[in-house]
Design a protein around this ligand. Structure first.
Ligand code: ASP
Ligand code: MG
Length: 410
């Protein structure tokens, strides 16, 4: 007997036909005494459409974050109800549960909620009755009972958190790609599928733009020690397992992946006083507004000059708010101007063994320079190096860097 959490993303349940196929696949894969908990996303582009709908009523939907959560949580409620019905029609007992009913407790940070804990009693109760339990991903409830969503792509996080809380044997993430690749296969011709990847490397790849998994879901998996098996809804390919350590020998590449992120914006704060406390003032204001800052550079203009420029990047969706925040304190920090540049992208390499291998950065910069791509900002972590470049060069950059580190991998 196995207790398995299976998460199906929006593309897997995009149409009534696909919903029925998911139900069929679950039943044909299921051993008689398997206990199955499903976590499901909204159908297809539903979440995007709901956000667009709000945009037709008000100019800044995210300004009304609680109501956005009320709106967006309806998407998952549609798919869980339909999937539970599909099971019933096939003679399989099943029940759909909202995040709240499943015991998913979050803080009150609407549209970017964090999971505080899960009370899984109801889930166990329903499993004991013989049900397949179909839970709405991406949502939970705060202390006051308000619906709270977990940020875009949050169903992955729901699934792994639920798997951890109920002590599942594994958490399977079914999606429209058949595993984790060394780069986005739509962009890099030579991208290869990996059999395994460690939590740390996957986390770094997800943070740096690999769209497959929401980063927090990988953190959850690591926290609870739940292996996460990413595989295709539409094929029976073996997929990729995200776990603590490698268990199979794969040709050892120092770099595990090349990622890119086009949803970044660069904000330049020009001519601020070069005195202690200015950078603290800027980033405290941004932190108070809950804006995550990524790369940061403070330029040194010249020894005599008493002004400097501060440049940083944020997710494009936060860029306008970040600009307003900085403009709000422009007087205090004596900034002469604040500018946004949305035409930038970040390209990164990730690999846990780069620490002990000198020259990796030089090879990355070399690949970019051979393609005549200018690097605007560089940042590094123990297991990654990122470069901010012009948005238009991103595909070329990914391919050049991938070819450098994965020669002939296609
Ligand atoms: N439906 C939500 C979204 O589109 C959550 C998810 O799919 O994971 O972001
Ligand atoms: Mg998703």
């Amino acid at each position: 007997m196995a207790l398995i959490v299976k998460k199906f993303g929006g593309s897997s349940v995009a149409t009534p036909e696909k919903i029925k196929n998911v139900a069929k696949r679950i039943l044909s894969d299921k051993a008689p005494d398997d206990r199955i908990v499903m976590v499901v996303s909204a159908m297809g582009d539903t979440t995007d459409n709901l956000i667009a709908l709000a945009g037709e009523v008000v100019e800044k939907p995210y300004h009304y974050a609680r109501e956005m959560d009320m709106l967006m949580t309806t998407g998952e409620q549609v798919s869980i109800a339909l999937l539970a019905m599909a099971f019933h029609s096939m003679g399989q007992p099943a029940i759909s549960l909202t995040g709240a009913m499943a015991g998913m407790r979050t803080d009150s940070a609407h549209t970017k909620g964090r999971i505080l804990g899960l009370h899984p009693e109801r889930i166990h109760e329903e499993l004991n009755k013989g049900n397949i339990v179909v839970i709405a991903g991406f949502q939970g409830t705060d202390d006051a009972g308000n619906p709270v969503t977990l940020g875009r792509g949050g169903s992955d996080t729901s699934a792994v958190a639920i798997a951890g809380a109920i002590g599942a044997d594994t958490c399977e993430i079914y999606t429209d790609v058949d595993g984790i690749y060394s780069a986005d296969p739509r962009v890099a011709k030579g991208a290869r599928r990996m059999k395994e990847i460690t939590y740390n490397e996957m986390l770094e790849m997800a943070r740096l733009g690999a769209g497959v998994m929401q980063p927090r879901s990988v953190e959850m998996g690591q926290l609870y020690g739940i292996p996460i098996h990413v595989r295709s809804t539409f094929t029976s390919e073996p997929g990729t397992i995200i776990r603590e350590e490698y268990t199979v020998e794969e040709k050892s590449f120092i770099i595990r992946g090349v990622t890119h992120d086009e949803h970044v914006s660069k904000i330049t704060v020009l001519g601020v006083s070069n005195v202690p406390g200015i950078v603290h003032t800027i980033f405290s204001a941004l932190a108070d507004a809950n804006i995550v800052v990524d790369m940061i550079v403070q330029s040194v203009r010249s020894a005599e000059s008493n002004v400097t420029d501060v440049v940083f990047t944020v997710a494009t969706i936060d860029a306008e708010e970040a600009r307003q925040v900085v403009e709000g304190i422009a007087g205090e920090i004596k900034a002469s101007a604040v500018a946004i540049d949305n035409d930038v992208a970040k390209v990164s390499i990730v690999g846990a063994s780069m620490l002990g291998n000198p020259g990796i950065a030089a090879r990355m910069f070399g690949a970019l320079s051979n393609a005549d791509i200018n690097i605007e900002i560089i940042s590094t972590s123990e297991i990654s190096i990122s470069c901010l470049i012009k948005g238009g060069s991103v595909k070329d950059a990914v391919n050049r860097i991938h070819d450098e580190f994965f020669p002939g991998a296609a």
